[in-house]
Design a protein. Structure first.
Ligand code: DX5
Ligand code: ZN
Length: 225
């Protein structure tokens, strides 16, 4: 599976959102990761459909929306309408996960499911055939700039084995604390898509930081388990 690099705009300067997003894309970002937080499911607030609509106009790559919100069904149609390409929802936030994933597809977006660090991979068994991607949180969601929680590596390996066993082709994505010093082991564990915020945007040259991350990740694909 092709490695996708997803800059997380949460760590960017929101006053220059379009410019910063395109800088990371110039550095090798192939997807833009957009964190949506509601102040309930996670203790932070970010942005809503109007900002996604504006981003859609200036960014060419797919928009990867990560919904960290309660009752995602209520907002999926609005996010699809303003140009989301991929929408992922938290297993922990969905009372009817199967229905929510179908709802995302019915609005023309690719459905993804997300699990928090304390949620076992096994809770996803019954929906793996429905998803375009599984997003493994390697920090507790809500904030950028946190430390990578290593149990995510075991989860990636378990998902990669399960995918093989079931003959499925969902992508495995990781989010939180991804940086130059851990990206190789993340890729070797079997991860396909890498979200990176702080390690890219909080540097003097975001495009270059992203380029280095990309190079390290691609080299590591040669040594996958
Ligand atoms: C956290 C968000 C992440 C965050 C990652 O809840 O889902 O996407 O932006 O940021 P870093 O790379 O700084 O950990
Ligand atoms: Zn995210």
């Amino acid at each position: 599976m092709k490695i996708e690099l997803a800059p997380s705009i949460l760590a960017s300067n929101f006053a220059q959102l379009g410019v910063e997003a395109n800088l990371a894309i110039e550095g090798g970002g192939t997807v833009l990761h957009v964190d949506i937080m509601d102040g309930h499911f996670v203790p932070n607030l970010t942005l809503g459909p109007p900002v996604v609509r504006s981003l859609r106009k200036v960014v060419k790559v797919p928009l990867d929306l990560h919904l960290m919100i309660e009752n995602p069904d209520q907002f999926i149609p609005a996010f699809a309408e303003v140009g989301a390409d991929w929408i992922s929802v938290h297993q922990e936030a969905c009372q009817n996960l199967d229905r929510t994933l179908h709802l995302i597809s019915s609005h023309g977006c690719k459905p993804g499911v997300v699990i928090n660090p304390a949620t076992p991979v096994e809770t996803l068994t019954e929906v793996l055939d429905l998803v375009h991607h599984v997003l493994v949180m390697s920090v507790n969601p809500g904030f950028g700039g946190q430390h990578f929680i290593p149990n995510a590596l075991r989860k990636i390996q378990a998902l990669a084995w399960k995918r093989k066993e079931l003959g499925l082709n969902f992508a495995i994505e990781i989010d939180g604390g991804v940086a130059l010093d851990n990206v190789a082991e993340i890729v070797r564990a079997g991860c396909d898509w890498l979200v990176a915020g702080t390690s890219v945007f909080h540097t003097p040259d975001a495009a270059n930081a992203f380029r280095e991350l990309e190079r390290t990740a691609r080299d590591a694909t040669l040594a996958r388990v």
